[in-house]
Write a protein that binds this ligand. Structure first.
Ligand code: 3IX
Length: 253
Protein backbone atom coordinates (compact mmCIF):
# COMPACT_ATOMS: atom_id res chain seq x y z
CA UNK A 1 0.00 0.00 0.00
CA UNK A 2 2.74 2.44 1.04
CA UNK A 3 4.74 1.43 -2.01
CA UNK A 4 1.77 2.18 -4.24
CA UNK A 5 1.32 5.62 -2.61
CA UNK A 6 5.03 6.31 -3.02
CA UNK A 7 4.90 5.39 -6.69
CA UNK A 8 1.82 7.56 -7.14
CA UNK A 9 3.67 10.53 -5.61
CA UNK A 10 6.75 10.07 -7.78
CA UNK A 11 4.54 9.67 -10.84
CA UNK A 12 2.74 12.92 -9.98
CA UNK A 13 6.02 14.76 -9.49
CA UNK A 14 7.15 13.45 -12.83
CA UNK A 15 3.93 14.54 -14.55
CA UNK A 16 4.30 17.99 -13.01
CA UNK A 17 7.62 18.48 -14.70
CA UNK A 18 10.13 16.90 -12.35
CA UNK A 19 12.26 15.42 -15.09
CA UNK A 20 14.00 12.34 -13.82
CA UNK A 21 15.18 11.10 -17.16
CA UNK A 22 14.27 10.76 -20.81
CA UNK A 23 15.28 12.37 -24.06
CA UNK A 24 14.16 15.71 -22.64
CA UNK A 25 17.25 15.65 -20.48
CA UNK A 26 19.48 15.82 -23.53
CA UNK A 27 21.21 19.01 -22.48
CA UNK A 28 23.19 16.90 -20.05
CA UNK A 29 24.19 14.70 -22.97
CA UNK A 30 26.03 17.35 -24.91
CA UNK A 31 23.36 19.46 -26.59
CA UNK A 32 23.46 22.42 -24.25
CA UNK A 33 23.27 24.83 -27.19
CA UNK A 34 19.65 23.82 -27.90
CA UNK A 35 16.82 25.77 -26.25
CA UNK A 36 15.32 23.96 -23.26
CA UNK A 37 12.28 21.91 -24.30
CA UNK A 38 8.86 23.11 -23.14
CA UNK A 39 7.54 21.00 -20.24
CA UNK A 40 4.57 19.61 -22.22
CA UNK A 41 6.75 18.67 -25.19
CA UNK A 42 9.32 17.22 -22.82
CA UNK A 43 6.73 14.93 -21.30
CA UNK A 44 5.55 13.65 -24.67
CA UNK A 45 9.04 12.49 -25.62
CA UNK A 46 10.17 11.35 -22.18
CA UNK A 47 9.97 7.78 -21.05
CA UNK A 48 8.71 6.76 -17.64
CA UNK A 49 11.83 5.71 -15.79
CA UNK A 50 10.24 2.74 -14.03
CA UNK A 51 8.43 1.35 -17.06
CA UNK A 52 7.91 -2.35 -17.53
CA UNK A 53 10.81 -4.43 -18.81
CA UNK A 54 11.25 -4.70 -22.59
CA UNK A 55 8.96 -7.28 -24.13
CA UNK A 56 9.30 -9.16 -27.41
CA UNK A 57 6.64 -7.73 -29.73
CA UNK A 58 7.28 -10.08 -32.65
CA UNK A 59 5.21 -12.94 -31.23
CA UNK A 60 1.63 -13.75 -32.26
CA UNK A 61 -1.18 -11.80 -30.62
CA UNK A 62 -4.96 -11.80 -30.95
CA UNK A 63 -4.93 -9.16 -33.70
CA UNK A 64 -3.05 -11.34 -36.17
CA UNK A 65 -5.08 -12.45 -39.17
CA UNK A 66 -4.96 -16.11 -40.27
CA UNK A 67 -2.66 -15.05 -43.14
CA UNK A 68 -0.22 -13.35 -40.73
CA UNK A 69 -0.26 -16.43 -38.50
CA UNK A 70 0.19 -18.77 -41.51
CA UNK A 71 3.28 -16.90 -42.70
CA UNK A 72 4.65 -16.73 -39.16
CA UNK A 73 4.21 -20.52 -38.87
CA UNK A 74 5.82 -21.04 -42.28
CA UNK A 75 9.00 -19.08 -41.44
CA UNK A 76 9.08 -20.39 -37.87
CA UNK A 77 9.17 -23.92 -39.31
CA UNK A 78 12.20 -22.92 -41.40
CA UNK A 79 13.87 -21.75 -38.18
CA UNK A 80 13.41 -25.22 -36.72
CA UNK A 81 14.83 -27.00 -39.78
CA UNK A 82 18.08 -28.91 -39.47
CA UNK A 83 20.72 -29.10 -42.17
CA UNK A 84 21.25 -32.55 -43.69
CA UNK A 85 24.95 -32.91 -43.00
CA UNK A 86 25.54 -31.75 -39.48
CA UNK A 87 22.12 -31.88 -37.85
CA UNK A 88 22.66 -28.27 -36.94
CA UNK A 89 19.93 -25.67 -37.04
CA UNK A 90 19.46 -24.12 -40.47
CA UNK A 91 20.20 -20.54 -41.46
CA UNK A 92 16.86 -19.02 -40.45
CA UNK A 93 16.31 -17.15 -37.18
CA UNK A 94 13.34 -15.19 -35.88
CA UNK A 95 14.58 -11.86 -34.57
CA UNK A 96 13.00 -10.74 -31.32
CA UNK A 97 11.79 -7.13 -31.39
CA UNK A 98 11.67 -4.93 -28.33
CA UNK A 99 10.10 -1.57 -27.64
CA UNK A 100 13.53 -0.24 -26.69
CA UNK A 101 15.85 0.39 -29.66
CA UNK A 102 19.00 0.38 -27.62
CA UNK A 103 18.64 -2.96 -25.90
CA UNK A 104 21.12 -4.67 -28.22
CA UNK A 105 22.72 -1.65 -29.91
CA UNK A 106 26.19 -2.96 -29.21
CA UNK A 107 25.58 -6.13 -31.23
CA UNK A 108 24.31 -8.59 -28.68
CA UNK A 109 25.62 -7.03 -25.47
CA UNK A 110 22.84 -5.34 -23.48
CA UNK A 111 23.29 -1.68 -22.65
CA UNK A 112 22.41 -0.40 -19.20
CA UNK A 113 18.73 -0.19 -18.29
CA UNK A 114 19.07 3.58 -17.87
CA UNK A 115 20.20 3.98 -21.48
CA UNK A 116 17.52 1.57 -22.70
CA UNK A 117 14.81 3.51 -20.92
CA UNK A 118 15.74 6.59 -22.93
CA UNK A 119 15.05 4.97 -26.29
CA UNK A 120 11.58 3.89 -27.29
CA UNK A 121 11.01 2.45 -30.76
CA UNK A 122 7.81 4.10 -31.95
CA UNK A 123 6.66 1.17 -34.09
CA UNK A 124 6.55 -0.91 -30.90
CA UNK A 125 4.98 1.58 -28.50
CA UNK A 126 1.35 1.68 -29.62
CA UNK A 127 -0.54 -0.16 -26.94
CA UNK A 128 -3.50 -1.46 -28.99
CA UNK A 129 -2.53 -4.77 -30.65
CA UNK A 130 -3.12 -4.67 -34.40
CA UNK A 131 -3.67 -0.90 -34.58
CA UNK A 132 -0.46 -0.05 -36.36
CA UNK A 133 2.68 -2.06 -37.15
CA UNK A 134 2.37 -5.80 -36.55
CA UNK A 135 5.54 -7.38 -37.88
CA UNK A 136 8.07 -10.08 -37.36
CA UNK A 137 11.48 -10.34 -39.00
CA UNK A 138 13.13 -13.62 -39.98
CA UNK A 139 16.82 -13.47 -40.79
CA UNK A 140 18.69 -15.78 -43.16
CA UNK A 141 22.28 -15.69 -41.94
CA UNK A 142 23.72 -17.54 -44.92
CA UNK A 143 22.09 -15.35 -47.54
CA UNK A 144 22.56 -12.14 -45.54
CA UNK A 145 18.92 -11.37 -46.13
CA UNK A 146 15.72 -11.20 -44.17
CA UNK A 147 12.00 -11.30 -44.68
CA UNK A 148 9.48 -9.40 -42.62
CA UNK A 149 5.85 -10.43 -42.36
CA UNK A 150 3.95 -7.15 -41.95
CA UNK A 151 0.29 -6.56 -41.17
CA UNK A 152 -0.74 -2.91 -41.52
CA UNK A 153 -3.34 -1.72 -38.98
CA UNK A 154 -6.01 0.96 -39.20
CA UNK A 155 -3.88 3.78 -37.75
CA UNK A 156 -1.62 3.56 -40.81
CA UNK A 157 -4.24 4.75 -43.27
CA UNK A 158 -3.18 7.22 -45.96
CA UNK A 159 -5.14 7.06 -49.20
CA UNK A 160 -8.62 5.77 -48.24
CA UNK A 161 -8.41 2.07 -47.45
CA UNK A 162 -4.67 1.94 -48.11
CA UNK A 163 -1.42 2.26 -46.22
CA UNK A 164 0.24 5.69 -45.87
CA UNK A 165 3.50 6.05 -47.81
CA UNK A 166 5.26 7.24 -44.67
CA UNK A 167 4.21 4.08 -42.85
CA UNK A 168 5.56 2.01 -45.74
CA UNK A 169 8.82 3.97 -45.53
CA UNK A 170 8.89 3.28 -41.78
CA UNK A 171 8.61 -0.47 -42.13
CA UNK A 172 11.20 -0.46 -44.92
CA UNK A 173 13.57 1.62 -42.79
CA UNK A 174 13.00 -0.67 -39.81
CA UNK A 175 13.58 -3.90 -41.72
CA UNK A 176 16.55 -2.75 -43.81
CA UNK A 177 17.97 -0.99 -40.70
CA UNK A 178 17.60 -4.16 -38.67
CA UNK A 179 19.45 -6.19 -41.33
CA UNK A 180 22.19 -3.56 -41.60
CA UNK A 181 22.53 -3.53 -37.79
CA UNK A 182 22.75 -7.30 -37.69
CA UNK A 183 25.44 -7.34 -40.38
CA UNK A 184 27.43 -4.21 -39.50
CA UNK A 185 26.64 -3.31 -35.88
CA UNK A 186 25.16 0.08 -34.91
CA UNK A 187 24.19 2.12 -37.98
CA UNK A 188 22.02 5.05 -38.93
CA UNK A 189 20.04 5.50 -42.12
CA UNK A 190 21.84 7.95 -44.39
CA UNK A 191 19.68 7.50 -47.47
CA UNK A 192 16.44 5.76 -48.32
CA UNK A 193 15.20 5.59 -51.92
CA UNK A 194 11.65 4.32 -52.39
CA UNK A 195 9.55 3.51 -55.46
CA UNK A 196 5.87 3.05 -54.67
CA UNK A 197 4.60 0.69 -57.39
CA UNK A 198 1.12 -0.32 -56.20
CA UNK A 199 -0.93 0.63 -53.12
CA UNK A 200 -1.06 -1.68 -50.11
CA UNK A 201 -4.60 -2.40 -48.86
CA UNK A 202 -5.05 -1.53 -45.19
CA UNK A 203 -5.27 -4.64 -43.01
CA UNK A 204 -3.50 -6.80 -45.55
CA UNK A 205 -0.36 -8.82 -44.89
CA UNK A 206 2.68 -8.20 -47.06
CA UNK A 207 6.25 -9.49 -47.18
CA UNK A 208 9.19 -7.11 -46.88
CA UNK A 209 12.24 -8.83 -48.39
CA UNK A 210 15.64 -7.24 -47.71
CA UNK A 211 19.09 -8.29 -48.82
CA UNK A 212 22.64 -7.07 -48.47
CA UNK A 213 23.97 -5.42 -51.63
CA UNK A 214 27.45 -4.41 -50.46
CA UNK A 215 29.58 -3.20 -47.59
CA UNK A 216 32.13 -0.49 -48.34
CA UNK A 217 34.01 0.78 -45.33
CA UNK A 218 31.39 2.28 -43.01
CA UNK A 219 28.64 2.05 -45.65
CA UNK A 220 26.20 -0.85 -45.81
CA UNK A 221 23.78 -0.93 -48.77
CA UNK A 222 20.57 -2.91 -48.53
CA UNK A 223 17.91 -3.56 -51.16
CA UNK A 224 14.26 -4.11 -50.37
CA UNK A 225 11.07 -5.32 -52.06
CA UNK A 226 7.59 -5.24 -50.59
CA UNK A 227 5.28 -7.82 -52.17
CA UNK A 228 1.87 -9.33 -51.60
CA UNK A 229 1.93 -12.32 -49.26
CA UNK A 230 1.97 -14.78 -52.20
CA UNK A 231 4.84 -12.85 -53.78
CA UNK A 232 2.80 -12.22 -56.93
CA UNK A 233 2.44 -8.45 -56.70
CA UNK A 234 5.18 -5.90 -56.23
CA UNK A 235 4.02 -3.03 -54.02
CA UNK A 236 7.27 -1.19 -53.35
CA UNK A 237 10.99 -1.44 -54.00
CA UNK A 238 13.69 0.48 -52.24
CA UNK A 239 17.36 0.81 -51.42
CA UNK A 240 18.85 1.96 -48.15
CA UNK A 241 22.29 3.24 -47.26
CA UNK A 242 23.36 2.78 -43.65
CA UNK A 243 26.46 4.33 -42.12
CA UNK A 244 28.16 2.73 -39.13
CA UNK A 245 28.23 4.91 -36.04
CA UNK A 246 29.48 4.85 -32.50
CA UNK A 247 26.43 4.69 -30.23
CA UNK A 248 27.78 7.92 -28.66
CA UNK A 249 26.80 9.66 -31.92
CA UNK A 250 23.15 9.30 -30.85
CA UNK A 251 23.90 11.29 -27.70
CA UNK A 252 25.75 14.12 -29.41
CA UNK A 253 29.27 12.71 -28.92
C1 3IX B 1 17.25 4.64 -34.33
C2 3IX B 1 18.24 3.54 -34.34
C3 3IX B 1 19.60 4.06 -34.12
C4 3IX B 1 20.65 3.02 -34.31
C5 3IX B 1 20.95 2.36 -33.03
C6 3IX B 1 21.66 1.12 -33.23
C7 3IX B 1 21.08 -0.06 -33.16
C8 3IX B 1 19.64 -0.24 -32.94
C9 3IX B 1 19.36 -1.65 -32.59
C10 3IX B 1 18.59 -2.46 -33.33
C11 3IX B 1 17.89 -2.01 -34.56
C12 3IX B 1 16.47 -2.15 -34.37
C13 3IX B 1 15.61 -1.64 -35.16
C14 3IX B 1 15.98 -0.80 -36.31
C15 3IX B 1 14.97 0.19 -36.37
C16 3IX B 1 15.05 1.27 -37.03
C17 3IX B 1 16.19 1.65 -37.90
C18 3IX B 1 15.93 3.09 -38.19
C19 3IX B 1 17.23 3.79 -38.35
C20 3IX B 1 16.95 5.25 -38.51
O1 3IX B 1 15.92 5.65 -38.93
S1 3IX B 1 18.17 6.32 -38.09
C21 3IX B 1 17.34 7.90 -38.16
C22 3IX B 1 17.45 8.63 -39.48
N1 3IX B 1 18.82 8.92 -39.77
C23 3IX B 1 19.46 9.97 -39.28
O2 3IX B 1 18.94 10.74 -38.53
C24 3IX B 1 20.91 10.11 -39.72
C25 3IX B 1 21.35 11.57 -39.72
N2 3IX B 1 22.66 11.64 -40.31
C26 3IX B 1 23.78 11.44 -39.60
O3 3IX B 1 23.76 11.31 -38.39
C27 3IX B 1 25.06 11.40 -40.37
O4 3IX B 1 24.94 12.08 -41.58
C28 3IX B 1 25.55 9.96 -40.63
C29 3IX B 1 25.82 9.23 -39.31
C30 3IX B 1 24.53 9.17 -41.48
C31 3IX B 1 26.88 10.01 -41.41
O5 3IX B 1 27.67 10.99 -40.82
P1 3IX B 1 29.19 10.75 -40.46
O6 3IX B 1 29.81 12.09 -40.17
O7 3IX B 1 29.32 9.70 -39.43
O8 3IX B 1 29.81 10.15 -41.77
P2 3IX B 1 30.12 10.87 -43.16
O9 3IX B 1 29.25 12.03 -43.44
O10 3IX B 1 31.59 11.08 -43.23
O11 3IX B 1 29.70 9.72 -44.23
C32 3IX B 1 30.37 8.46 -44.22
C33 3IX B 1 30.27 7.90 -45.62
O12 3IX B 1 28.88 7.81 -45.97
C34 3IX B 1 28.57 8.61 -47.12
N3 3IX B 1 27.23 9.23 -46.93
C35 3IX B 1 26.77 9.80 -45.81
N4 3IX B 1 25.51 10.24 -46.01
C36 3IX B 1 25.21 9.91 -47.28
C37 3IX B 1 24.04 10.07 -48.05
N5 3IX B 1 22.96 10.66 -47.56
N6 3IX B 1 24.04 9.62 -49.31
C38 3IX B 1 25.13 9.01 -49.82
N7 3IX B 1 26.28 8.80 -49.11
C39 3IX B 1 26.30 9.26 -47.87
C40 3IX B 1 29.68 9.65 -47.15
O13 3IX B 1 29.87 10.15 -48.46
C41 3IX B 1 30.87 8.85 -46.67
O14 3IX B 1 31.28 8.02 -47.73
P3 3IX B 1 32.85 7.77 -48.00
O15 3IX B 1 33.41 7.16 -46.75
O16 3IX B 1 32.90 6.88 -49.17
O17 3IX B 1 33.43 9.13 -48.26
Amino acid sequence: MMLRQGLHLVRKLYRDGFKLTGLAGRQSLGQAQLPAPQPDRALTVSSWPFSSPPRDYSLPNESWTPEMQRLYDHYSALCEAETEEEKKRGPWRRLPSYNRTLKYATGGRCLSKVLQAKARLFTRNIEEPGASFEYVVFLNKQEKSCVCVFQAGHLLEGPPGHVHGGAIATIIDSVTGTLATYLSGPVMTANLNINYRSPIPLGSVVLVHSALEKVEGRKTSISCRVTSSDGGKLHTDATGLFVSINVGHLFGA
